[in-house]
Structures are given as structure tokens and as C-alpha cells.
Design a protein around this ligand. Structure first.
Ligand code: TYD
Ligand code: MG
Length: 451
């Protein structure tokens, strides 16, 4: 009879503690311990490592395989993967529930020709998947659907069907019968992914894992899972908006600067190859508190719309609320405005929103954030067709940003006629662009900003 012992495992980092604790002493996350049962057999299995010596290979003797990447139907998807799906790779696609992960992957594999697919779902029934498939169109008849959650059964089926691509939807639903903890716990996710990775590597079959993300935006459960897999992609967007961004967080086979842009339509995902101004909300002429900026991600430059509202403070401690923008950076920018321009922001509740539900962390958006706040504070619209590209330092100076020429080019292409940039970068703009305004610090800038 195996002996059972309960341990508490941090669902964020996998740290094991004999006692429950409110805060993990390893990764400092709160309320993340879950009781899991570890049998003595499991423990012994972990200890029994084969002691035979291995055979390391001299680095010069390693033959490099030229891997042929597989196309995933969407060129946006391929670009984010670094040029297609690498055989034998383990790809994790994370995102909030309902964002369209299943739709994106199913649609990709249903459009591949001469490729055998095994789509394993632990979340939806076969008929539900068929319904979705009919909606998005079935062009690949070699696509098999299997609804199962037991990893041993799943692996046996994969080995008998030998598909070209395996999809697991989702990794939180699969579980190994050898472990006593429930599906979705760190130990289950880690064990199942390890087995899938082993299969992927030995058979050179790519495996796509779909995963949920938790309230902090991390892939639920497993920080450890992100280490195991080769590629981590995040599918983002707002459920109330139609466009979706696909971003790599980690990629062993390509850059992590690329993003893919999609639109959710009635019949599945549509890729957007010229996303330039999709994030802008329309006609804003004459409105105060609206400013435009850019974000640059890999080969893509997107225009963003920043909205600010500065109203009289209701309570003695004024509210500062930023949606889609780092709140600490927002506080810092407000402090800069207060100190360098002398505006009395302390009496104002200030709200900031990035239109389209986007989350940004590009410092080049600082100048646009400041512009929106100043415009709302004075309740005056910004000069028409203005766009703001610059990082703002604590002393109020406007600092240079990356890819300036590309950003300016894109803003000009979309019809912006006053493009504010840091004076230190004026000489970097080689192509002739109309309406570039060079500014040195926010005092100089504020005088040119409003109508
Ligand atoms: P889904 O792919 O199930 O999301 P996830 O796997 O990330 O949880 O997408 C679910 C949402 O997408 C659902 O609200 C309906 C919508 N949807 C469309 O708008 N068009 C479509 O063609 C499909 C299949 C789904
Ligand atoms: Mg799903």
C-alpha cells in the first residue's frame, strides 16, 4: 500500500511547503497554496534516476537540422511564431476566457492542406466543436477531434494516429492518473506538459497547448510551464472589442518583438495586415482630453488613442485611475506635469483610458498621455491632426524613443500633420515628412499643444 502525504503547493511557482501559508515565501504571491496529495510511490518514482552514463556530443559534430517550418494558414500567426511552426516544438497559447484561443487554433488547422491534425479538447464536446468548425469553414478533412482529459489515453491515441500537429485545448483540463491531485494544479500541468514535450521532441511533432490566464495576466498555475515550453504566445484584446493581438512572450525560434493583429468576425478570425489605425475610435474633432500616440512592436507600428478625464476631486484623496497603462508610470507623469507646469492636479480626480481596450507599456506613449491630461485639465482640444511620440523624463525633458523614423512615417501616412517628437531625434528623420515638431521639454511642448 503506498503511503499518502499531503503537501501544499504554490500554484504560481510550484514551491512545496509542508504547511499551508497565506503568502508564498518563494514567489511572494498571496493565497496560492493548494493542498495536494503525494503518495510515497510518486516520491520514489521521482528518485529513481537511471545511473547509466550518457553520451555527450562534441559541439562540432552536431549536425544541424534545417527545420522546415509549417505554415499556420494565417501569415500573422506565422510571423509571431518566427516564420511558422517548428517541428517538435511545444507552443503555449494563453489568453483570457472567450478571447478566441480555440477559434484561432481550430481555424488555422482547419485551413491546412495535407496535414493530419489531432485536436484534443477537454472543454467542449465533439458537436460543439463541429458547430464552431462549420461556422469558420472546414477545408481540411484530415482533422480529428478527440474529447479526453486523461493524458495517458491522449498520448496512446496520439501515438496510434501519428498526427502532423497536436492541439491540446486546454492544458488545465488534462490530468495524469498517476498523480492524485486534480486537473489544473501545478503538479498535473507540469507532469502532463513534460510528457507532451517528451513526445514532441522524440517524434518531431509540434504540440500546441492552449492555456487560461489568471487575474494577474499570467498563464494560470504554471510559471514553471513557461520554462518547459519553447514558445509562449499571449492572445489579448478586450471582449467588448473585435480586434485581437497575438504577442510572443517567449520564443526559442524567433524574435519576441513581433505582434499579430486579428479581428474577430462572425465567421472566425480575420487577419489584419495593415492595422495602422484600427485602434482609433473615429472622429474626435473638438473634443478635449483625447491625444494620439504610437506603439512600435517589431515590424508593426500602431496608432493609439489616449483619453484622459480630469474632474474635480470628490474625496480629499484624489483618484488616479489608469486602464491599459501602468498606473505607477501614470502617477509619475502626473507628478511631472504638476511640478514642471505648475498645474494643480491635486484637486482633480484623473482617469486615463487607452481606447480599444489595449494594454500598452511603450514609453513612447508618455507624451500622448501628458497631452491628453493637459487637454482635459484645461478642457480645450489639442491642435487638430496631432500625434505625440516621446518618452518624458522626471525633469520634464522629452527623451528619444526607438524606431522613431518608422513611427513618424506611419503617423504621416495616416494623415497626421503635427507630429511631436524629441528635439534630439530630429536629425534621425531622413525621409521628408511634413509637420514634424521638435520639442525639448514639457514647458516648451505645452505652449505648442493646445489650440
Ligand atoms: P473561443 O475561441 O471559444 O475563446 P477561448 O477559447 O479563448 O475561450 O471564442 C469564444 C468567443 O468568440 C465567443 O464569445 C463567440 C466568439 N466567436 C465569434 O465571434 N465568431 C466566431 O466565428 C466564433 C467561432 C466565435
Ligand atoms: Mg476555448
Amino acid at each position: 500500500m503506498p503511503k499518502f502525504k499531503t503537501v501544499f503547493v504554490c500554484q504560481n511557482c510550484g514551491y512545496i511547503s509542508p504547511k499551508w501559508a497565506g503568502k508564498c515565501s518563494n514567489c511572494s504571491s498571496w493565497n496560492s497554496f493548494i493542498e495536494e496529495v503525494e503518495s510515497s510511490e510518486e516520491k520514489n518514482a521521482k528518485k529513481s534516476v537511471s545511473a547509466k552514463p550518457g553520451s555527450p556530443v562534441a559541439i562540432n559534430d552536431i549536425v544541424q537540422n534545417v527545420f522546415l517550418r509549417m505554415n499556420m494558414h494565417f501569415s500573422e500567426f506565422d510571423r509571431v511564431l518566427g516564420g511558422g511552426l517548428v517541428p517538435g516544438s511545444l507552443v503555449l497559447l494563453g489568453g483570457e476566457p472567450g478571447i478566441g484561443k480555440s477559434t484561432l487554433v481550430l481555424q488555422s488547422v482547419l485551413n491546412l492542406k495535407n496535414t493530419k491534425i489531432l485536436y484534443i479538447s477537454g472543454e467542449e464536446s465533439e458537436t460543439q466543436i463541429k458547430l464552431r468548425a462549420e461556422r469558420i469553414g472546414i477545408h481540411n478533412t484530415d482533422c480529428f477531434i478527440y474529447t479526453e482529459t486523461n493524458i495517458e489515453k491522449i498520448l496512446a491515441t496520439i501515438k496510434s494516429i501519428t498526427p502532423d500537429i497536436v492541439v491540446i485545448d486546454s492544458v488545465q483540463t488534462v490530468a495524469s492518473a498517476d498523480l492524485s491531485s486534480s486537473p489544473g494544479t501545478v503538479s498535473q500541468i507540469r507532469e502532463c506538459s513534460r510528457q507532451l514535450q517528451e513526445y514532441a521532441k522524440e517524434s518531431s511533432t509540434p504540440v500546441i497547448l492552449i492555456g487560461h490566464i489568471n487575474k494577474d495576466g499570467d498563464i494560470a498555475g504554471p510559471m514553471s510551464l513557461e520554462h518547459i515550453v519553447d514558445v509562449v504566445l499571449q492572445f489579448e484584446g478586450d471582449n467588448n472589442h473585435f480586434y485581437r493581438l497575438l504577442r510572443p512572450k517567449k520564443n526559442r525560434f524567433g524574435s519576441t518583438y513581433e505582434i499579430g493583429v486579428f479581428e474577430m468576425t462572425n465567421d472566425g478570425m480575420k487577419e489584419i495586415s495593415d492595422p495602422g489605425n484600427i485602434l482609433l475610435s473615429g472622429d474626435n474633432t473638438g473634443l478635449s482630453g483625447v491625444a494620439f500616440g504610437t506603439i512600435a512592436e517589431g515590424s508593426r507600428t500602431l496608432m493609439i488613442e489616449i483619453q484622459a478625464l480630469a474632474g474635480n476631486a470628490v474625496f480629499s484623496a484624489p483618484q488616479r485611475n489608469a486602464t491599459g497603462f501602468d498606473s505607477r508610470r501614470f502617477q509619475m507623469l502626473l507628478a511631472v506635469i504638476e511640478k514642471r507646469l505648475g498645474l494643480k492636479l491635486v484637486q482633480k480626480d484623473i482617469f486615463l483610458n487607452i481606447a480599444g481596450g489595449l494594454k500598452i507599456n511603450d514609453p513612447a506613449a508618455d507624451l500622448a498621455v501628458i497631452s491628453a491630461v493637459i487637454s482635459s485639465y484645461f478642457d480645450k482640444p489639442i491642435r487638430e491632426n496631432s500625434c505625440f511620440i516621446g518618452e518624458v523624463g522626471l525633469s520634464g525633458q522629452i527623451r528619444p524613443v526607438s524606431f522613431i523614423e518608422k513611427r513618424v512615417g506611419e503617423a504621416s501616412r495616416l494623415g497626421f500633420e503635427n507630429i511631436f517628437i524629441s528635439a534630439s531625434q530630429k536629425s534621425e528623420i531622413k525621409t521628408k515628412v511634413k509637420g514634424v515638431v521638435a520639442v525639448t521639454d514639457i514647458k516648451d511642448f505645452a505652449s505648442k499643444l493646445l489650440k
